[in-house]
Ligand binder design. Structure first.
Ligand code: NAD
Length: 315
């Protein structure tokens, strides 16, 4: 149960900490272009091991991925002054190529978990790079809207006074502004949302719905405004994904994967609920959506596809 983490900045290191606290791996190796950072983060996390779970946490290099099951990609360049979004994308695509080729050279069977933003586009790029090495798309998993889904479930749980783990609700589409909250299929312990709020006499209105929508859609902006970046939520999501894959748990999570067709939009990478297990993505679920949600999902898919086109036309 060894996991590699490439990019041990805030997201990579927090993911490592969450994986260790969750007992989701026996070994965690941190790899970073900044070796000193990887060593420092590994040592800091290692010092929490006596309070949590026996885990070997260390800084290493690609050779250490030989016997790893999963590698988390949380590496990324930051936008420099004067650099466009597309320049940054090109730079990050080159980083992904470097990471994937070096990883596959030592371990062609590894599962890639991608967190680097914009995660849908970066995952799409990774799928294409991995294809050149014969790696199937089922082993390239973007964290996608796992985090947004968690945010939605948290706010719904708070509203109705139920543990968010018993609230089933999804955010699908882009991990970003066009994401879609699927209000039509919320289920609390097998009870439909409308029936639940009526039965429990929970106050609900369009205004509350809007507040929750905003709370989910704009969460990252708010957090970044307050402290510069987000990392605990995504660290928790990555740790869950690692746990599910390492234990072949077959959990349902809204990961970002390559799809041949979403609402008529071809060859696009976005989030839908999937079953995740020891082999990676075990398949998408046929989520039922109302007409408005279908339209919004199509729009979200078109936005992602146009960003991919923009990138592909530049290179
Ligand atoms: P950070 O700047 O703290 O860390 C990035 C790390 O990547 C740095 O330590 C850097 O040295 C390393 N790095 C750069 N190029 C590398 C390479 N070629 N090989 C190895 N390491 C390399 O950034 P962060 O806050 O940890 O964010 C990392 C990424 O995660 C960003 O793209 C961010 O937008 C994204 N993110 C995603 C989500 C999500 O939900 N998917 C949430 C938050 C952040």
């Amino acid at each position: 149960m060894k996991v590699g983490i490439i990019g041990s900045g805030m997201v990579g290191a927090t993911s490592a900490f969450a994986i260790m606290m969750r007992k989701a791996a026996s070994d965690i190796v941190l790899i970073d272009a900044n070796e000193k950072r990887a060593i420092a983060e590994a040592q800091d996390i290692m010092h929490a091991v006596p309070f949590a779970a026996a885990t070997d946490v260390y800084a290493g290099n690609y050779d250490d991925l030989k016997d790893a099951k999963i590698v988390v990609i949380a590496a990324g360049a930051n936008q420099k002054p004067g650099e466009t979004r597309l320049d940054l994308m090109e730079k990050n695509a080159a980083i992904m190529k470097d990471i994937i080729s070096k990883t596959v050279a030592v371990n062609p069977n590894i599962i890639f978990l991608v967190a680097t933003n914009p995660v849908d586009i970066i995952t799409h790029i990774c799928v294409n790079i991995a294809k050149e090495f014969g790696i199937p798309a089922t082993r390239i998993i973007g964290s996608g809207t796992t985090l947004d889904t968690a945010r939605f479930r948290t706010l719904l749980g708070n509203l109705i006074g139920v543990d968010s783990q018993n609230v089933h609700a999804y955010v699908i589409g882009e991990h970003g502004d066009s994401e879609v909250l699927t209000w039509s299929n919320i289920d609390i312990g097998g009870v439909q949302f409308e029936d639940f709020i009526e039965f429990r006499k929970i106050e609900f209105s369009e205004k509350i719905k809007e507040q929750i929508d905003n709370g989910v859609r704009n969460a990252a902006y708010k957090i970044i405004g307050g402290k510069g970046s987000t990392y605990y939520g995504i660290g928790g999501a990555i740790a869950k994904l690692v746990d599910v894959i390492n234990r072949d748990n077959r959990a349902v999570l809204t990961i970002s994967t390559f799809m041949e067709d979403v609402e008529g939009v071809k060859n696009v990478t976005l989030s839908l609920p999937h079953i995740i297990g020891g082999e990676g993505d075990l398949g998408v679920l046929p989520i039922s959506l109302n007409a408005k949600e279908k339209m919004l999902l199509k729009k979200s898919a078109e936005i992602i596809r146009s960003k991919i086109d923009e990138f592909e036309n530049k290179i």
